[in-house]
Design a protein around this ligand. Structure first.
Ligand code: TPP
Ligand code: SF4
Ligand code: MG
Length: 351
């Protein structure tokens, strides 16, 4: 048996959100991952974020590749659309689905092997083209599913469980996302739900390519001394540059702050992100300053977390391609096939 269904029995007094669902309605099957795996905490954060956002589960499409991380969509949002694609190919399948139906909210779930090794080209192009989605990489520095080989995000000098030293330079997905044009870039830690839940909410409400790199320790293959993706290492080196409050649409904003202390950004869906700067020298609206700050801190072994970059004017692929507002499956024959006269006109324009 490869999965375990959850019993449907639920307590009648469970709190419901504004659309009438309990938190249980956002869960999936029982996880078969190793006990203590960071990925399960990320699933819990996604469940929490979607429940608090009052999202109707059928409005979400969750897509993933292959890996322990890519298995996780089975463990949350059991009533949503889902597509477990081929290893490293989630971004292109998600792009196609998104172009066919922009009404859904897209969650791309991937691993460091899935996105930084085999799927690096796919990751890069999804970021570059501004595909609207919340792209979450559950980053443990190893290929967990195939028994713990170093992945492309493993830091140079880090040590495997068997004592092998990694001599290769790491791929920094956050740095790449910044360079390639992602308009919402964050890093978090699976052990910090307080930070992760608002970051996921912000990514879901964002109007373009939103990327979150979540350090997510693999307890079975990469949680020892010498690993830079272990619980201990990340707890000791975690340096948060910002804290965000997610303010839902139509909520009253009451607290006042001194100028420079917070940055308020209106999101695509009408919600507001209030960014509290924890480091005064960090500017999350300047892509290149953010990149150089991150590089400098990374050199010192720090794991910089928080909302690292946000473009308040984000746009997405639909805008640049001028696509139909309505999902393709809702278009009638006349819209889909405008007839021979329209075809002649189009051909003439291309001669
Ligand atoms: C085309 C292809 N190549 C290789 C594999 C074998 N494979 C399965 S999962 C995986 C790596 C998964 O690593 P990651 O994405 O980091 O996920 P994790 O298990 O660590 O969460 C590999 C190499 C595969 N399934 N398909
Ligand atoms: S092998 Fe690692 S990544 Fe996979 S479920 Fe176990 S702890 Fe998680
Ligand atoms: Mg991995």
């Amino acid at each position: 048996m490869t999965y375990l269904a959850k019993p449907r029995l639920r307590h009648p007094t469970l709190t419901q959100n504004k659309v009438g669902y309990t938190r249980r309605d956002y869960e999936g099957r029982i996880s078969t991952l190793c006990a203590g795996c960071g990925h399960d905490s990320i699933s819990a954060a996604i469940i929490q974020a979607c429940w608090e956002l009052d999202i109707e589960p059928h409005r979400v499409a969750k897509l993933s590749g292959i890996g322990c991380s890519s298995k996780t969509p089975d463990y949350f949002l059991g009533a949503s659309h889902g597509f477990n694609t081929v290893h490293g190919r989630m971004p292109s399948v998600l792009t196609g689905a998104n172009l066919a139906n922009r009404d859904l909210l897209y969650l791309g779930v991937s691993g460091d092997g899935d996105s930084a090794s085999i799927g690096l080209g796919q990751f890069a192009n999804a970021m570059r083209r501004g595909v609207r989605m919340a792209y979450i990489v559950e980053n443990n520095g190893v290929y967990g599913l195939t028994k713990g080989q170093f992945s492309a995000t493993a830091d140079r000098g880090s040590r495997s469980k068997k004592g092998v030293i990694n001599n290769d330079s790491p791929v920094d997905l956050v740095g790449l996302a910044l360079q390639l044009g992602a308009t919402y870039v964050a890093r978090s830690f699976s052990g910090d739900k307080e930070q992760l839940v608002p970051l996921i909410k912000g990514a879901i409400g964002h109007g373009g390519a939103a990327f979150i790199d979540v350090i997510s320790p693999c307890v079975t293959f990469n949680n020892h001394g010498g690993s830079t993706k272990s619980y201990d290492y990340v707890r000791q080196h975690n340096e948060a540059v910002s804290r965000i409050d997610f303010i839902p649409r139509h909520s009253e904003i009451t607290a006042q702050y001194a100028p420079g202390e917070v940055i308020d950004v209106q999101q695509h869906d009408g919600s507001m992100l209030r960014l509290h700067k924890l480091h005064t020298d960090y500017d999350p609206t300047d892509r290149y300053a953010a990149l150089s700050y991150m590089n400098a801190r990374q050199e010192r072994g720090e794991v910089v977390t928080g909302l690292l970059y946000l473009d308040p004017q984000a746009t997405d692929l639909h805008l640049s391609l001028n696509t139909s507002d309505a999902p393709l499956n809702s278009l009638g024959p006349t819209a889909l096939c405008p007839g021979s006269k329209a075809l002649e006109k189009l051909n003439a324009s291309l001669r």
